[in-house]
Design a binder for this molecule. Structure first.
Ligand code: NAP
Length: 237
């Protein structure tokens, strides 16, 4: 059976690094993001017959039609990585409702919708593996990131519950929770100041998270696990 993996958020950052690693391991990849041109460039950069799809994870009809298109063009999805995510950092009292909804819809509802679509096809295939990309903030909380932290904390509860729900169907669901990683999402942060708090003394690289994602995707006896990849940040915050 072909190993077909949909990587939501696979066009940039952590998702792109996951896709690069998986391409080298022989998976057929669907690179999914809103910006089709960027997703196409990422898919082309992988070599081989990987494809790009445009989809907003927060929109159920787009998620459904994307899974149909992936099946038609690459085969049925048996691996799923949810790396699509956004942040709208602000103090709660300054966060408007639109920014709250946007973060919850992309980071939490979006993963619920893709998992729902993937689980349906994985049940038919008698197995599959899902990794959702959470955040250390979802476990520890972070000032200025209340809504983002809630979306990522919710993702942990969702993933663990789903892991229980689908284990008998041989479907595994795990979470990788990164700390500060060098991507577009963190490019405006004050790195010199923030890295003083990180025991390993630096931000992580997307490839370092990718190895954890692929490890969980391929670990047949691990489900419902949250793997923190944060240079030791969780030890001190
Ligand atoms: P990034 O470089 O900004 O990439 C985000 C990816 O998500 C892009 O491919 C983007 O493509 C896609 N995306 C965003 N909104 C989307 C939507 N509504 N529908 C479909 N795709 C969407 O971010 P990153 O740092 O790699 O983050 C990846 C994941 O790791 C996120 O869930 C983030 O919360 C999490 N994380 C990151 C860090 C960090 O330090 N970087 C730490 C902890 C957790 P389009 O814009 O074209 O849609």
């Amino acid at each position: 059976m072909d190993k077909v993996c949909a990587v939501f958020g696979g066009s940039r950052g952590i998702g792109r690094a996951v896709a690069q690693l998986m391409a080298r391991k022989g998976y057929r990849l669907a690179i999914v993001a809103r910006d089709l041109d960027v997703a196409k460039a990422a898919a082309a950069g992988l070599g081989g017959d990987h494809l790009a799809f445009s989809c907003d994870v927060a929109k159920e009809h787009e998620v459904q039609s994307t899974f149909e298109e992936i099946e038609k063009n690459l085969g049925r999805v048996n691996f799923l990585v949810n790396a699509a995510g956004i942040n709208r950092d602000n103090l709660l009292v300054r966060t408007n409702t639109e920014d709250m909804i946007c973060q919850l819809h992309t980071n939490l509802l979006g993963s619920m919708l893709t998992c729902k679509a993937a689980v349906r096809t994985m049940i038919q295939q008698h197995g599959g593996s899902i990794v959702n990309v959470g955040s250390i903030t979802g476990l520890k909380g972070n000032s200025g990131q209340t809504v983002y932290s809630a979306s990522k904390g919710g993702l942990v509860g969702f993933s663990r519950a789903l892991a229980k729900e689908v284990a008998r169907k041989k479907i595994r669901v795990n979470v990788v929770a990164p700390g500060f990683i060098h991507t577009d999402m963190t490019k405006n942060l004050k790195e010199e100041h923030l890295k003083r708090n990180i025991p390993l003394g630096r931000f992580g690289e997307p490839t370092e998270v990718a190895h954890a994602v692929v490890f969980l995707l391929e670990s047949p006896y691990i489900t419902g696990h949250v793997l923190v990849v944060d240079g030791g940040l969780q030890l001190v915050i």
